[in-house]
Design a protein around this ligand. Structure first.
Ligand code: HEC
Ligand code: HEC
Ligand code: HEC
Ligand code: HEC
Length: 228
C-alpha cells in the first residue's frame, strides 16, 4: 500500500486531520490524496464510549428518548442511574427508545471505567427548559440505521464506504454543491465542495440542535479540519 493510501486511511480514523498529515497530503500532490480519501472508504475505528444522539443539553418532545451510542458489548447504559435495556444492531453500535417522564434526565454509558454523559429535557406543559438548552432535531426522521450502516466484521461500517457516498443516496451530489456556496465562503479556493467529502466534519449525521444539522453554529473555522 502506498504512503498516500495509508495517509488517507489514517485521516478517516482521526476525528480531525492533523497538520502534519495535511502537509503530507500536499507533499503527495494534494488532490490526489483527497481522491484517494474519497475512495478508501471505511468507518473510523471504534474508540471509547460516546453518545451520538441526543447531544448534551438537548430539549426533546414526546415521551421517549431515542438514543444512539457507541460502546462495545461490555458497555452499560443508564437513565437517571438505572440501567436500561438497549439493542446492539452491530459492532460497537447501541440504540434504545426509552420511556421517560417530562423534565430533566441524565443518560450515561460506561465501559471499562470510562463514562460519557448527556443531559436532556423532555418538554413538559408549563415548564421551561433550562436557559441555553436547545431543541434537538433527529436526522432524518424515521430512517433505520441500515440506510447508512452495514456491519462489516468487527466494524460498524458505512454503506457505500464513506459518509459522503452514504449521503448521496438521498441527497443527490449534483444538487449539493450549489447549496454550499455560503458554507465555503472564506476558505481557500482549493476547498471546492467536491473536495470536502467528510460531510461529518460539519454535519452530525444522527441529528443536532443547530440549523441544517450542523455540529456547531458560526463561521466554518480552519481548525475544524486542520488540527486543533
Ligand atoms: C443518515 C445516515 C446515518 C444513519 C441513518 C445512522 N448513522 Fe450512524 N453514522 C453515520 C455516519 C456518517 C457516521 C460517521 C460519523 C463520524 O465519523 O463522525 C456514523 C457513526 C456512527 C457510530 C460511530 C461509529 C464509530 O466507529 O465511531 C455509531 C455507533 C452509529 N453511527 C450508530 C448508528 C445507529 C445505532 C443508527 C440507527 C439508530 C445510526 N447510526 C443511523 C451515518 C448514519
Ligand atoms: C435515507 C435517506 C437519507 C440519507 C441516507 C441521508 N439523508 Fe439527510 N435528510 C433526509 C431527509 C428525508 C431529510 C429531511 C428531513 C427534514 O426535513 O427534517 C434530510 C435532511 C438533511 C439535512 C438538513 C437539511 C436542512 O435544511 O435542515 C442535512 C444537513 C442532511 N440531511 C445531511 C445528510 C448527511 C450528511 C447524510 C450522510 C451522512 C445524509 N443526510 C444522509 C434523508 C436522508
Ligand atoms: C465545511 C462544512 C460542510 C461540509 C464539509 C458539508 N456541509 Fe452541508 N452544509 C454546511 C452548511 C454551513 C450548510 C447550511 C448552508 C446555508 O444555510 O447556507 C449546509 C447545508 C447542507 C444541506 C441542506 C441544504 C438545503 O438548504 O437544502 C444538506 C442536505 C447538506 N448540507 C448535506 C451535506 C453533505 C451530504 C455533505 C458531504 C458530501 C456536506 N453537506 C458537507 C456545511 C458543510
Ligand atoms: C471542511 C474541512 C476543511 C476546512 C474547514 C478547511 N480546510 Fe484546508 N484543507 C482541507 C483538506 C482535506 C485539505 C487537503 C487537500 C488539499 O490539499 O486540497 C486542505 C488543504 C489546505 C491547504 C493546502 C492546499 C491549499 O489550498 O493550498 C491550505 C493552505 C489550507 N487547507 C488552508 C485552510 C484555511 C486557511 C482554512 C480556514 C480558512 C481551511 N483550510 C479550512 C480541509 C479543510
Amino acid at each position: 500500500m502506498t504512503k498516500e493510501v495509508l495517509g488517507a486511511i489514517q485521516l478517516l480514523r482521526l476525528p480531525f486531520p492533523n497538520k502534519a498529515f495535511v502537509l503530507s497530503l500536499i507533499a503527495a500532490g494534494g488532490l490526489t490524496g483527497l481522491t484517494l480519501l474519497a475512495q478508501s472508504g471505511s468507518t473510523p475505528a471504534l474508540g471509547g464510549v460516546a453518545f451520538l444522539r441526543p447531544t448534551d443539553l438537548s430539549v426533546l418532545s414526546g415521551d421517549r428518548i431515542w438514543l444512539i451510542a457507541r460502546g462495545g458489548a461490555a458497555s452499560s447504559v443508564t437513565l437517571d442511574g438505572e440501567e436500561i435495556a438497549v439493542s446492539r444492531p452491530g459492532p460497537g453500535a447501541i440504540e434504545a427508545r426509552v420511556k421517560a417522564a417530562p423534565g430533566l434526565h441524565s443518560l450515561t454509558i460506561t465501559s471499562n471505567g470510562t463514562t460519557a454523559e448527556v443531559r436532556v429535557f423532555l418538554k413538559a406543559a408549563g415548564v421551561e427548559p433550562p436557559a441555553g438548552w436547545s431543541e434537538y432535531k433527529v436526522h432524518p426522521p424515521g430512517t433505520a440505521c441500515n440506510m447508512c450502516h452495514v456491519p462489516n466484521g468487527d466494524r460498524w461500517a458505512l454503506r457505500g464506504g464513506t459518509a459522503s457516498t452514504s449521503c448521496y443516496a438521498c441527497h443527490p451530489k449534483d444538487q449539493l454543491a450549489g447549496k454550499h456556496d455560503n458554507a465555503l465562503q472564506g476558505l481557500p479556493a482549493s476547498h471546492s465542495f467536491d473536495n470536502l467529502v467528510r460531510c461529518q466534519a460539519c454535519h452530525d449525521p444522527h441529528g443536532s440542535t443547530a440549523k441544517a444539522l450542523l455540529k456547531a453554529t458560526g463561521p466554518i473555522r480552519c481548525a475544524l479540519c486542520h488540527g486543533r
